[in-house]
Design a protein around this ligand. Sequence first.
Ligand SMILES: [Zn+2]
Length: 319
Amino acid sequence: MTEWKNGIAKFTIPTPFPVGDVNVYIVKGERLTLIDAGPKTEEAWHAFCDQLKQLNLAPSDIEQVILTHHHADHAGLLDYFSKDLEVYGHSINERWLSPSEAFTEKQHTFFKKLFIEFGIPAEYQKFIDVMKEDRRFTCDRSLTGFLAEGDIPVGLSDWKVVETPGHAQSHIGLYREKDGIYIGGDHLLAHITPNPIIEPPLPGETERPKSLLQYNRSLKKLLDIPIEFVYSGHGKEVYHVNDSIHMNLKQQHARAHKVKKWLESESLTVFEACQRLFPKAYKKELSLTISETVAQFDYLIDLKEINMTNEGGTIRYYA
Ligand SMILES: [Zn+2]
């Protein structure tokens, strides 16, 4: 049964993705606000409407939407809403939700070069298209306005925006100081660690963002905010936020050092390390497993614990 709690209603929406259900939230403010939407499927729309009905609401009662990030499981369902509905989020959502031809081209070039750098064999070239976001379940939408660090969204004067890039470059959370409630998107989840997904360079940049390093910085940023609990994008609420962040950082450190051990006896490319870390999953989930693997190298390079050499465009890492 869906109900209001602290002026917030949590909906659970099915997705076609391995992650399972996604959570979206209706927040009472000066404007009735939907935080995230769900994927673009009939099933998701029915689940959403059913839960709205339990609150005696209809889709037309929603006055605005705020996106925690651009991923299809959070944004796709927007295509089912009126085109006039106002949608807000970080400016980096825009290149994914309303991709220009130039950005699509940029993605292709970026991933092609990355495949060589990572030592991914030619037979996996077809995955370049898979690395680009699957647009089947996402929306075609332009944001009404952008949100950035410290902003107070229109119609939600109790809430403040916290930028938390890492899992996505567009990622934000919303914090309500009076009771310490934080709506965190996929930044902090109860049972899984979000993937630090590789994205093309940000506008005006030439290097890809080091997603895991950003993610860790964004985690540490939350340590300074008195958060009572987190309403997260998947699964249960997260309590004891600081403990959970410290544990996450510790596990991350251990994971990277497992990779470092290998590099002490031989040099490896990202692809070779990926096959070892994910012997079964890498063929099916190349994009996620490669993101997770390169994250370990970025982490160790940042600590100056490993080095790299460029051999004809392919990077080999060694300790
Ligand atoms: Zn996500």
